[in-house]
Design a binder for this molecule. Structure first.
Ligand SMILES: [Mn+2]
Length: 323
């Protein structure tokens, strides 16, 4: 599946000087950690590199970016001309969001999504990797001959910890733990990172989660949990989109739930549907029906306002539970 090796990637990167590295829309800790650790590593090698994303980094992840959140194209220096475009953790052109036209120009894509939509010239896709950060670690470690700065290892650790749910999800492998161990050896501040990622919540995020718990419904005899949040709910309760990012993880916790479904109305009136599976049902395949994707255990898709209820019904049906 990979058409370039880690060694090949390093050779290629050393030949270039000006890099632009894309994160996916609604960037998560793996996207931010993978992208920024590459940016810092390339800069350490004397090169010019910038991160870019169509959306702001959520404030809950600002601890990873020194408080900066705007990495849109407009944030780049006017005189910067990138010669090598990369993406990290981006599965498809659609995930570039407003920057979608750039997908066709990407020279190298690093990813761990099994559904990766081979849009780049060079690909390194490792679906067994628990996070894209696991792949990026190998690149950074080779480029820096093992001398990875503390800031970079902490970024990689955050990506790895976030995508594996704190090393609890099925995508956690011995290789994941080995990389995590290396990162801690290099000085990753794992306790502080995990506090930031998994414990510390804004009051508005807690309000969003309280709303979700109050309004979630159980379907198929309690095997599916489902909640829909409308713009009006968001405005009435005073929370933002990014406050709802953990809602899916809250509703999947109920005992007996195998599949969780969360539909959120976006500002443009369309809906983002997020799904999680803690059984053999592959939600990436099901979300694929609506042009979405992701991982077998965590996936999503976007649908119009008039199709959200029928889409949720179809997803429920595709799960194939009897009752
Ligand atoms: Mn990821």
């Amino acid at each position: 599946m990979n058409n370039i090796t880690i060694q090949g990637i390093c050779k290629l990167l050393l030949q270039k000087d000006n890099f632009l590295i894309f994160m996916h829309e609604n960037p998560d800790a793996d996207a931010v950690g993978s992208c920024f650790s590459l940016v810092y590593t390339l800069r350490k090698l004397g090169k010019t590199a910038y991160p870019v994303c169509c959306d702001k980094v959520p404030s809950s992840l600002a601890f990873m970016t020194d408080g900066e959140r705007d990495f849109t194209l407009e944030s780049l220096p006017a005189d910067f001309t990138p010669e090598f475009l990369m993406s990290a953790d981006v599965a498809s052109p659609g995930q570039f969001g407003a920057l979608r036209p750039y997908a066709a120009k990407v020279n190298l894509a690093l990813d761990h999504h099994a559904t990766h939509d081979r849009f780049a010239k060079y690909l390194y896709v490792e679906p067994k990797a628990g996070a894209c950060a696991e792949i990026v670690y190998r690149i950074v470690n080779t480029l820096l001959s093992g001398n990875i700065p503390e800031k970079t290892v902490s970024l990689l650790y955050a990506g790895l910890a976030a995508d594996t749910g704190g090393f609890r999800y099925a995508n956690t492998t011995p290789a994941t733990h080995k990389v995590a161990a290396k990162l801690i050896e290099h000085g990753a501040n794992h306790a502080q990172i995990c506090r930031n990622l998994f414990e510390c919540k804004s009051k508005s995020a807690l309000a969003a989660e309280a709303f979700a718990m109050e309004h979630m419904r159980y379907l198929c005899g309690g095997k599916i949990s489902y909640v829909k949040i409308m713009l009006a709910d968001k405005h009435a309760r005073g929370f933002e989109d990014e406050d709802t990012y953990d809602v899916i993880n809250v509703i999947r916790r109920a005992d007996g739930v195998k599949i969780a479904i969360f539909a959120r109305e976006k500002d443009d009136g369309t809906f983002k549907i997020s799904t999680r599976s803690s059984c053999e049902i592959d939600v990436a395949k099901i979300c694929g029906i609506f042009g979405g994707g992701g991982h077998a255990g965590a996936a999503g898709c976007s649908v119009g306002a008039d199709e959200v209820d029928s889409a949720v019904e179809r997803i429920v049906k595709e799960c194939g539970f009897d009752d």
